[in-house]
Design a protein around this ligand. Structure first.
Ligand code: R5P
Length: 290
């Protein structure tokens, strides 16, 4: 039984200090629940407001693509440098040590590969997301394909229902139809559709006019890196996106296909968190990769 004979009256009520009414540090997310904000706070650096997510979910569409042949050898050593790990349950379970406490953004849709028609995905069980201690869940939302647009939007919307139930943020992975221009108009539209359907984070591609994509998306936008570029160009991409208001990157190939992935991770972090110019980031890359 608890002691009941020494119950002391409280004295420190801080009567001169009003309770804080400060808002949340990420845009558009002030009216969400504590659990959701707490998970987002694990992903986004509180000082810069940005994140460097390491994306290695490519294999569920592409198989063992270059740089991802062995997740245990290629990705696990980079994990401590990432702000968040974005991968599938199979690769996380098999190849990332469970002792790694970096937040996970779990790829939560699956269904087809690049060998057939894409975007016919279904969602995996939310029990898996909870089991994997996911700090966020990610699913594709693809606009502009008559056959699959409605499937991806319905998946996405259902995933947000689940996320809201358990306080797990959902990241929209935008895609546009194969015949559509990969420009600000269509990526802007896909991003906005994600936000309209309740995304807490939107991942899209940097394009000309990207500031309009970010402005019209009321929640944080991160960019995918896309195809491997020379390191300086990849750092310019990160820098330009941040200048346009992006809240970071969810980058894969430009890190794990680099000659020096760890050096590249650190250089990307320098640009995303510390305001390094692309040339400064590249100097850092060169120094660290020697
Ligand atoms: C695409 O569906 C995947 O979600 C990748 O995670 C995404 O494209 C980011 O990887 P990368 O920087 O290689 O484009």
């Amino acid at each position: 039984m608890a002691d009941t004979d020494d119950i002391r009256d409280g004295k420190s009520f801080g009567l001169d200090t009003p309770a804080s009414t400060e808002g949340f540090y990420l845009k558009g997310l002030n009216n969400t629940d504590w659990g959701l904000k707490n998970r987002l706070s694990r992903i986004f650096n509180k000082k810069s407001g940005n994140t460097v997510m390491l994306a290695f979910d490519h294999g569920f569409l592409m198989g063992p693509t270059s740089g991802l042949e062995r997740i245990d050898l290629n990705i696990a050593p980079l994990a401590e440098e990432a702000d968040c790990l974005m991968g599938t349950r199979g690769m996380l379970r098999s190849s990332i040590p469970a002792t790694c406490t970096k937040p996970v953004c779990l790829r939560t849709d699956t269904g087809t590969t690049i060998l057939t028609e894409m975007n016919n995905n279904v969602l995996i069980s939310e029990i898996e997301a909870i089991n994997m201690n996911a700090s966020a869940m990610a699913a594709m939302l693809s606009v502009g394909e008559k056959e699959t647009e409605h499937i991806t939007i319905a998946n996405f919307s259902r995933l947000v229902d689940i996320g809201m139930k358990y306080g797990i943020p959902v990241m929209g992975v935008t895609a546009v139809g194969k015949d559509m221009a990969r420009d600000a108009r269509y990526f802007g539209m896909a991003s906005r559709v994600c936000a309209e359907n309740g995304a807490s984070i939107v991942k899209t591609y940097y394009t000309e006019g990207f500031e309009k994509v970010v402005a019209a998306c009321p929640v944080p936008v991160v960019i995918a890196g896309g195809k491997k570029l020379p390191e300086l160009e990849a750092l310019e991409l990160c820098y330009n996106a941040i200048q346009c208001g992006a809240s970071g990157v969810d980058m894969g190939r430009n890190v794990f296909q680099s000659e020096a992935p760890l050096a590249m991770m650190k250089a990307v972090k320098g640009v995303v968190h510390d305001g390094l110019k692309p040339a400064e980031g590249f100097d850092l890359f060169e120094t660290l990769s020697k």
